[in-house]
Design a protein around this ligand. Structure first.
Ligand code: ZN
Length: 191
């Protein structure tokens, strides 16, 4: 099973209470379904200024605290085309104005979660390899060839910038199950 975005990376043993508190605090700052901003398309970044650098830093901190492996600006309510993702252990990248310029014909279906979708885990088919062109926070161009988990994470984050969520990418049965879980539960109690 791939551990995408919303899931803990690997078995880290018993979580200590402080980590758990930090995770909850981070999640509270990440937009949650059905927030309409999650369905909106983000705009290109034009100014590579201090504000952009601060946003990328904040997103990296939130992603790390939430123990995710990717986070798009859309998920913090900022409709600009950038996301952060863990390319490898200790290697968090910021991609600004990303474009997926190549997708392999070979695809893989694996389970994904999302920091904006709580407990939802659904199977999603993704290209196994992608080539991404983007800019870094200073505006310098970069090109990455990715495969397997980092390729999957980048496709997931790229979708966020177009307002697309994994529940739109999964099969009908998994979508129905996920939507049932996401529906607010009726409160039964004293009237
Ligand atoms: Zn997500």
């Amino acid at each position: 099973m791939a551990e995408v975005e919303g899931q803990v990376r690997g078995d880290e043993g018993p979580r200590d209470a402080e980590d758990e508190a930090r995770r909850r605090l981070a999640l509270a700052q990440i937009r949650q379904y059905p927030d309409p901003v999650l369905r909106m398309r983000a705009r290109d970044v034009v100014d590579f200024d201090d504000e952009l650098a601060r946003l990328a830093e904040r997103m990296t901190a939130l992603m790390t605290d939430a123990r995710g492996v990717g986070l798009a600006a859309t998920q913090v309510g900022v409709l600009r085309r950038l996301f952060v993702f863990a390319n490898a252990e200790e290697d968090v990248r910021t991609l600004v104005n990303p474009r997926i310029v190549e997708r392999s014909k070979s695809v893989e279906t694996d389970t994904e979660g999302c920091l904006s979708l709580g407990p939802i885990r659904v199977p999603v088919e993704r290209a196994q390899r992608v080539v991404v062109e983007a800019q870094d926070v200073t505006g310098a161009p970069l090109r990455l060839q990715l495969e397997d988990l980092p390729a999957r994470v980048v496709q997931h984050e790229f979708d966020h910038l177009d307002g697309v969520l994994i529940i739109q990418r999964t099969d009908d049965a998994s979508r129905r199950e996920a939507l049932a879980l996401l529906r607010p539960q009726p409160v039964i109690g004293v009237g």
